[in-house]
Design a protein around this ligand. Structure first.
Ligand code: GLN
Length: 304
């Protein structure tokens, strides 16, 4: 199927939403990005790519990186991972502290910030150079070895990262962070500051659409079951306290980031990446959600 006409239609229909909402400014380095950008890329498992708009411009992937790090941590420790992090939607904002005290320092899921910090801690414990491990993984799934992080953004996250530091210290008090706090935060801020464009992002999620095998080189990265579990978590927790609404609207496993990107997959078929930096109050791209909803409505394909 040629997805180009449907992408053009979507671009036209979401125009009124472009720039509505607010670019993330609690990380000052993100505040200067133009809210008027919009790009969308579809990559099918057989490698065909369909695009519209600003698809070649790299942006900060932010929390989308949490899917890559979850994949690595899951590979390292298997089911033991779930002793340290839950698999329930939190119903709270991504950077919330409140649930952690009631739940003894065990984050609800790997996609809220607290969960991603535990995942970062797990990667540090299991690899020699955690950041290179993450970048190597992204290079292999995207097929692009140029991908790296933006130092201005990682510095900015570190400078204004008091809330993430609070989460990490709090979990350490329960024994759920093993490595040094600075090391864990540093890795987390760098993974969030990785920049990718829509084409690379859509390609790099194909291993999940393809049940654990990277279709670029036929390498099995994770088991079918692990791929199912990660995709299920995307469906239930990928857009934080808007995950239910997103599942209702788009009917797809997705993962968002405050850089304005959202990636979604249709298992067995394709992966989609959309970018528009203006966010709604949940920290998710306003035009991005609509674009993904329109894609499944117009094509009639979703996971249901
Ligand atoms: N770096 C961001 C933070 O820690 C990531 C949040 C997000 O993309 N939702 O707050």
């Amino acid at each position: 199927m040629d997805y180009s006409p449907v992408l053009l239609e979507i671009q036209k229909e979401i125009k009124p939403l472009i720039g509505k909402g607010k670019v993330a400014d609690y990380i000052p380095a993100l505040a200067s990005i133009s809210p008027d950008k919009f790009g969308m890329a579809v990559t099918t498992i057989d490698g065909s790519v369909y695009t519209v708009g600003d698809v070649s411009e790299p942006f900060s992937i932010q929390s989308i990186s949490k899917v890559f790090t979850l994949t690595l941590a899951f590979k390292y420790v298997g089911e033991r991972l779930w002793n340290r992090v839950g698999k329930e939607p939190s119903g709270n904002p991504f950077n919330s502290l409140v649930q952690l005290e009631y739940e003894n320092g065990i984050p609800r899921n790997p996609f809220i910030n607290a969960g991603a910090l535990v995942i970062a801690d797990t990667i540090i414990s299991n690899s020699k150079n955690a950041l290179s491990t993450i970048l190597d993984f992204i290079h292999s799934v995207s097929g692009n070895r140029q991908i790296t992080y933006d130092r201005k953004i990682s510095d900015s996250e570190k400078r204004y990262g008091n809330r993430n530091a609070a989460l990490a210290y709090f979990m350490k008090s329960f024994g759920n962070v093993i490595n040094q706090i600075d090391q864990v935060l540093d890795l987390y801020f760098h993974q969030c500051a990785i920049t990718m464009n829509c084409i690379d992002l859509s390609r790099s999620f194909l291993y999940l659409a393809n049940h654990g095998v990277n279709p670029l080189n036929d390498e099995r990265l994770i088991t079918v079951s692990e791929s199912k579990r990660i995709s299920s978590l995307m469906l239930t927790c990928g857009l934080y306290d808007e995950s239910g609404d997103f599942a209702f609207l788009a009917g797809l496993p997705g993962k968002s980031g405050v850089g304005g990107g959202i990636v979604a997959i249709i298992p067995g078929q394709l992966s989609l990446a959309v970018w528009s930096p203006a966010l709604n109050r949940h920290g998710n791209s306003m035009a991005g959600i609509k674009a993904l909803e329109l894609f499944t409505t117009k094509t009639g394909i979703s996971i249901f």
